[in-house]
Design a protein around this ligand. Structure first.
Ligand SMILES: *Cc1c(COP(=O)(O)O)cnc(C)c1O
Length: 350
């Protein structure tokens, strides 16, 4: 098991922070006249008691997620999308204007945006041409101020999973936080690193209900990590970050796991069909391997194709400006009917 002194990585002001104590920290039943809520209730029929603040620590939802992922409640943070978790990690570990992070482009854009918002310089170590990590180069890029390394697996926009051996090397040899973003893990042939949080105290795994659960609209993001990291996230988050409507729908998702699994299977079947049709399309030059609910492919004049598809009413994503992604488009796997519309539109444009 790796030894990491989490406390020594945390910003001093965060270590010393006295968190806001919400009314619900002390009492959550009785005659509640402590939080300036409106006892007369919501202005419509309301079973969720929306006139009352939500639970600050979301114990029930975290228990569900912990059971689903095979960890304990103390290892689970829930927030407003993965984006909240990413931002909190910056605020906990990176002194603005001083500390640094490493990202591995082409990758998810939010790491850099969040770094910029928090005034944290970003060092970039490109993925290889086959979109794998370069662990030696990552470790060589580490400076004394490097506090976090972001790894996205399966990676957005390339769709492939990173080698577990490479991720493990970074986890073992870097003495800061390694964030592994697993937004697409339920579509992957590879297992989750959530199983390794006990072994690596410096590992933070990000997951979300936005993709495999089909709940992007409720904004529920998850961080899985050792209890110490999670308790810092709990300390820094807004007191009532996850609202009652969100936690209610998230719990409904977990009560319908069969449906979640069925949708994942359908998406994975469609993925194979879409790959087959792309591979046999004469204009498509390359279809990159996918472990996610989308696929990246290369086609001549990709930006033009992207625009003409939009004219046909089919919106996909142009990724040709990313490193190693010249003339690449990213296509989300939709329903069979949606995917057929995409292929019909592709036939229509010259
Ligand atoms: C979609 C996606 C997310 C999800 O973000 P949410 O804020 O939870 O919706 C996170 N990371 C990556 C790489 C993504 O593509």
């Amino acid at each position: 098991m790796k030894k990491t002194n989490i406390n020594s990585l945390v910003r001093e002001n965060i270590r010393d922070l006295k968190p806001y104590r919400s009314a619900r920290d002390d009492f959550d039943s009785g005659i509640l006249l402590d939080a300036n809520e409106n006892s007369f209730g919501a202005p419509f029929s309301d079973e969720l008691e929306l006139n009352r603040y939500p639970m600050p620590y979301q114990e029930q939802l975290r228990d569900q997620i912990a059971a689903f992922r095979g960890v304990n409640r103390e290892n689970i943070f829930v927030g407003v999308g993965s984006d909240e978790a990413i931002d909190l990690l910056f605020r906990i570990f990176c002194r603005p204007g001083k500390d640094r992070i490493i990202i591995n482009p082409p990758t998810y854009g939010m790491y850099k945006v969040s770094a910029n918002i928090n005034d944290v310089p970003v060092d970039e170590v490109l993925l290889t041409e086959s979109f794998q990590l370069q662990p030696e180069k990552i470790l060589a890029a580490v400076q004394p101020e490097t506090k976090m390394i972001f790894i996205c697996s399966p990676n957005n926009p390339t769709a492939n999973s990173m080698s577990v051996t490479d991720i493990a090397k970074v986890l073992e040899e870097f003495d800061g936080i390694v964030v592994v973003d697993e937004a697409y893990i339920d579509f992957s042939r590879q297992g989750s690193l959530a199983n390794n949080i006990a072994e690596f105290p410096n590992l933070v795994v990000l997951q979300t209900l936005s993709k495999s659960f089909g709940l992007a609209g409720i904004r529920l993001g998850i961080a899985l990590a050792n209890a110490e990291v999670i308790s810092y996230m709990m300390k820094v988050k807004a007191p009532y970050n996850v609202n009652k409507l969100t936690s209610q729908k998230a719990l409904e998702g977990f009560a319908n796991l069969d449906h979640v699994k069925k949708n994942i299977e359908s998406i994975m079947e469609e993925r194979e069909r879409v790959i087959g049709k792309l591979v046999s399309n004469a204009r498509v030059e390359k279809v990159f391997p996918t472990d996610a609910n989308f696929v990246m492919f290369r086609i001549p004049d990709a930006e033009d194709v992207y625009r003409k598809l939009a004219d046909e009413g089919v919106i996909i994503r142009y990724r040709g400006n990313e490193p190693h992604c010249e003339n690449c488009l990213r296509l989300t796997i939709g329903t069979a009917a949606e995917n057929d519309r995409f292929f019909a539109a592709l036939e229509n444009i010259e």
